[in-house]
Design a protein around this ligand. Structure first.
Ligand code: NAP
Length: 296
């Protein structure tokens, strides 16, 4: 297939390399031209503007830093929007806002162009090894046309449906999970270290109990199924444990903002009479405040 690829940073470069390796004809563009040179050596054509990278292509990827970069490369002078032909598809893989994704959907539709939102999970080494997980959404025909390309950059793909910006919501939710997990890990490591436990010792416990265990997935499943009863571990005991964590943290002078937040969440849950639900019903408390009905 004839492709364009715009943005050759840490993620874009290996993704474009894998598209070339899959046998596609790729024209690349990057704001700093030197980053395109390794791909020229692998057979890519190098364009002088995003419009030039898009002209004549069936599908054009963007993999740029943020909203500003995507706006500049798509809507700027000599941007992708001006160069992309009717019926051709823009696949946006950058992590961008829901609002910009909706604007792109509209702008491409009014120009007779397709738009697929396809953000990715995985870091540059995963991109290099074709191990990304892609989350895609957009008009069915456009997603199907892009499918072999999305499969060429990753190990798998979840297609969410026709509303492109849903893929951005899923990507942002995934990054929210990772960030929360890192804060939780940071708080747990700080508390144990400050209490005299070497990081490598806590790491050994972590690896034995959590890293190779199904815990994260199991709790995600309970929240997805809204199955909070019968409780495997009730919220009132969760409240007790988070209270004990904070007590230890106070003693060791370790600020644990996520710990304090969890304590308030559990305290509210118990105060509302949910103390006997499973402690994963934190998910229910959040859903209720968001106005979600159970099972919807
Ligand atoms: P990066 O290495 O910093 O590359 C950013 C790219 O955006 C470069 O090509 C850069 O061009 C370009 N750029 C920045 N501002 C621009 C502007 N105003 N106009 C035109 N081009 C501009 O970032 P990355 O790690 O590849 O990330 C790319 C996207 O993937 C981001 O949205 C990121 O959130 C997402 N993502 C990253 C990871 C990760 O682990 N790194 C994982 C999943 C998703 P220059 O080369 O000229 O600076």
């Amino acid at each position: 297939m004839k492709l364009g690829f715009i943005g050759l940073g840490n993620m874009g470069l290996p993704m474009a390399k894998n598209l070339l390796a899959a046998g596609h004809e790729v024209t690349v563009w990057n704001r700093s031209p030197a980053k395109a040179e390794p791909l020229r050596e692998k057979g890519a054509r190098v364009a002088g503007t995003p419009a030039e990278a898009a002209r004549g292509a069936e599908v054009v990827f963007t993999m740029l830093a943020d909203d500003r970069a995507v706006e500049a490369a798509v809507f700027g002078s000599d941007g992708l929007h001006a160069g992309l032909g009717k019926g051709a598809v823009h696949v946006s893989s950058s992590t961008i806002s829901v609002a910009l994704s909706e604007r792109l959907t509209q702008a491409h539709a009014s120009a007779g162009q397709g738009y697929v939102s396809a953000p990715v999970f995985g870091r540059p080494d995963a991109a290099d090894a074709k191990q990304l997980w892609v989350v895609a959404a957009g008009a069915k025909a456009d997603v199907e046309r892009s499918r072999p390309l999305l499969e060429a950059v990753g190990r798998g793909l979840t297609v969410l449906g026709e509303k492109a910006s849903a893929a951005n919501v899923v990507k942002l939710s995934g990054n929210f999970l990772i960030a929360s997990m890192m804060e939780a890990l940071g708080e747990a490591f700080a508390l144990t270290r400050k209490s005299g436990v070497e990081a490598k010792v806590f790491m050994e416990v972590f690896q034995s109990v959590f890293a190779r265990g199904p815990i994260f997935e199991r709790y995600a499943q309970l929240i997805a199924d809204e199955k909070y009863s019968p409780a495997g571990f009730p919220m009132r005991l969760g409240l007790k444990d988070v209270g004990l964590v904070l007590e230890a943290a106070r003693g060791a002078q370790v600020p644990m903002p996520l710990g304090s937040l969890l304590h308030d969440q559990y305290l509210g849950g118990v105060a509302q009479g949910h103390g006997d639900l499973d402690w994963s019903a934190l998910g229910a408390l959040v859903a209720e405040r968001a106005g979600l009905k159970r099972g919807s």
